[in-house]
Write a protein of this length. Structure first.
Length: 157
């Protein structure tokens, strides 16, 4: 993304802790196809540091073939089952896994919405990736990973 005013405003929103605003600003500059690449890049980053979860891996793999994007609704549902169980178990669930599940859910929504299939998810799914990604970076609790993640967030958009 060129360093236009929207991009700079997104960085300011991030630095001020307004993560949803940051997501809104970044997504409004991206086509649906670009949002898929951006969202999947964030998810794959999380996958490098989080536990291996086949349902999450499926979401990431769907992005590689636009003809398969229509299957992202089912992939979302698979991840959502795990997320709901994690929310119920709350304290006993690794915060890294929990935050990665939220990134995967929103990535699946972005992919499905880009498919053009009927009954899309809410239009702001991409916006929510930023606060979920920020929670993931907090859960990793390694400054170098947080720095890399922040650079990726803005480089991918």
């Amino acid at each position: 993304m060129p360093r236009n005013q929207t991009f700079i405003s997104g960085e300011v929103a991030w630095s001020e802790g307004r993560f949803l605003d940051c997501g809104r600003m970044l997504c409004k500059e991206l086509s649906p196809e670009e949002q898929v690449r951006w969202a999947t890049g964030l998810l794959k980053f999380c996958m490098r540091y989080g536990p291996s979860v086949p349902s999450i891996e499926r979401v990431a793999a769907l992005a590689d073939a636009p003809s398969d994007w229509r299957f992202a609704h089912a992939a979302f549902s698979d991840v959502r089952v795990i997320t709901l169980a994690a929310e119920q178990a709350d304290a006993s669930v690794d915060p890294l896994l929990k935050s990665m599940l939220y990134v995967a859910e929103n990535t699946a929504k972005v992919i499905y919405n880009a498919s053009g299939e009927p009954a899309p998810f809410d239009h702001d799914a991409g916006w929510w990736l930023v606060p979920c990604f920020e929670k993931f970076l907090q859960a990793v609790a390694r400054p170098e990973v947080a720095d890399d993640g922040r650079r990726l967030l803005f480089a991918s958009s």
